[in-house]
Design a protein around this ligand. Structure first.
Ligand code: C2E
Ligand code: CA
Ligand code: CA
Length: 392
């Protein structure tokens, strides 16, 4: 069992408060166990509970009881703290015949509970182990991906819904492990984020995109490129400086590049990253809020942060021809964004019916398989030079 958000209390109120809180937690839990059960503090805010002769159903009840007992706030030095816990459960002998394996597997299950949103419990299963092994394998491989030339970028066109003109492309990263298979970004980006490899990879993407922009310019086309930037990149490096350096190195301008950030990242920004974003926007770089509608969807954040484009998540577009609610949401996002002076792009449009609807609802731009899948650079230039507008 690992306490949720204990570190915050330790960091903001000091270790003495943290220690006091740990004592209170154990006092509350102590009453739940039988004489021959063991409740032990394993280190930091991690506890190990050993329950002999207990079946799965009983364990469910105990885990639920533990979480329930921790629900009420704890009072330390007159301040109230809410503390949850994430619990991972492993069984002897099925999940391990020795102490080390049992603990390790309980730990894996505990991380699954954290991933599932904290304040819950998970039983260990063999799949979890397989998944973890695959993640470790991919992380190892990913460390070598740049040097092994395994990364590449595809570019997905974005169109103006009214003029049907190409307004730019989004850079989407691809990874093909040498002599093996391609791995989806949905799988490797989270691994890159967790392992902080995303910093090097993100910088690689930025540089490649700049190089590509120069090449396209030489071929006679000015194509705006949107780059996906992850939270780590935004918060651990000066994104303004990073982009400025690349732009200067390749002789580009700030309007040649745009960045895409998710709402959840905006919420975690600090003063510095906010300032960096402002500098970018003031210089003409576009900042899009990606996957809008799936996170906080907060009007306040749109107003507060220096963003220029709202990107409506594809989940609202998919059923828009039949689902009235989805249409209402798209319409509301359009109205709200426009009144704040922001443009709206809709992503994941696959059919003509969807295009017609989002256009009618007032969105400005669109991107999706209906127009084109993410394309290799040479296909983008062909599209631009031979046909700058879509069939519409
Ligand atoms: P995203 O930024 O939301 O990108 C849109 C995803 O939707 C892309 O998936 C794209 O291929 C897919 N897509 C585009 N049009 C359609 C459509 O009409 N229908 C459907 N069903 N899907 C469509 P992809 O390329 O697999 O990328 C997945 C995610 O990985 C991206 O989501 C983004 O969050 C992340 N990602 C990709 N490249 C980078 C990168 O260079 N850096 C970072 N930090 N993240 C990246
Ligand atoms: Ca994106
Ligand atoms: Ca998106």
């Amino acid at each position: 069992m690992d306490l949720d958000d204990f570190k915050i209390i330790n960091d903001t109120h000091g270790h003495k408060s943290g220690d006091e809180l740990l004592k209170q937690v154990t006092q509350r839990l102590n009453g739940l166990f039988r004489e021959y059960d063991v409740l032990a503090r394993f280190g930091g805010d991690e506890f190990v509970i050993m329950l002999p002769h207990t079946c799965r159903d009983q364990l469910v009840q105990i885990a639920e009881k533990i979480l329930k007992h921790l629900q009420d706030p704890f009072t330390v030095d007159g301040l109230e703290h809410i503390v949850g816990a994430s619990i991972g459960i492993s069984f002897y002998p099925n999940d391990g015949e020795d102490q080390e394996t049992l603990l390790q597997n309980a730990d894996i299950a505990m991380y699954k509970a954290k991933e599932a949103g904290r304040n819950c419990f998970r039983f260990f299963s063999a799949d979890m182990n397989e998944e973890l092994k695959r993640q470790q394998y991919l992380e190892q491989k990913l460390r070598l991906a740049i040097n092994n030339n395994e990364l590449s970028i595809l570019y997905q066109p974005q169109y103006d819904l009214n003029s049907a003109k190409l307004i730019g492309v989004e850079a989407l990263l691809r990874w093909h492990i040498q002599g093996k298979h391609a791995v989806s970004p949905a799988e490797f980006i989270p691994i890159a984020e967790k392992s902080h490899l995303i910093i090097d990879i993100g910088n690689w993407v930025l540089n490649e995109a700049c190089k590509q922009s120069v090449l396209w310019k030489k071929q006679g086309a000015d194509i705006h490129i949107d780059i996906n930037v992850s939270g780590h990149q935004l918060n651990t490096q000066n994104i303004f400086e990073t982009i400025s350096n690349s732009i200067n190195k390749y002789g580009l301008t700030y309007t040649d590049i745009g960045i895409e950030l998710t709402e959840n990242m905006l919420i975690q920004t600090n003063e510095n990253s906010l300032k960096n974003m402002e500098q970018l926007v003031n210089n003409g770089t576009s900042i899009s809020v990606d996957d809008f509608g799936t996170g906080y969807s907060s009007l306040k954040y749109l107003k507060q942060f220096p963003v220029t484009i709202v990107k409506i998540d594809q989940s609202f577009v998919q059923d828009s021809p039949t689902d009235e609610n989805d249409r209402a949401i798209i319409k509301a996002i359009n109205a709200m964004s426009h009144s704040l002076g922001l443009k709206v792009i809709v992503e994941g449009v696959e059919t003509l019916a969807q295009i017609e609807i989002v256009k009618e609802l007032g969105s400005d731009y669109a991107q999706g398989y209906f127009y084109a899948k993410p394309l290799a650079p040479e296909d983008v230039i062909k599209l631009v030079l031979h046909k700058n507008t879509t069939a519409l």
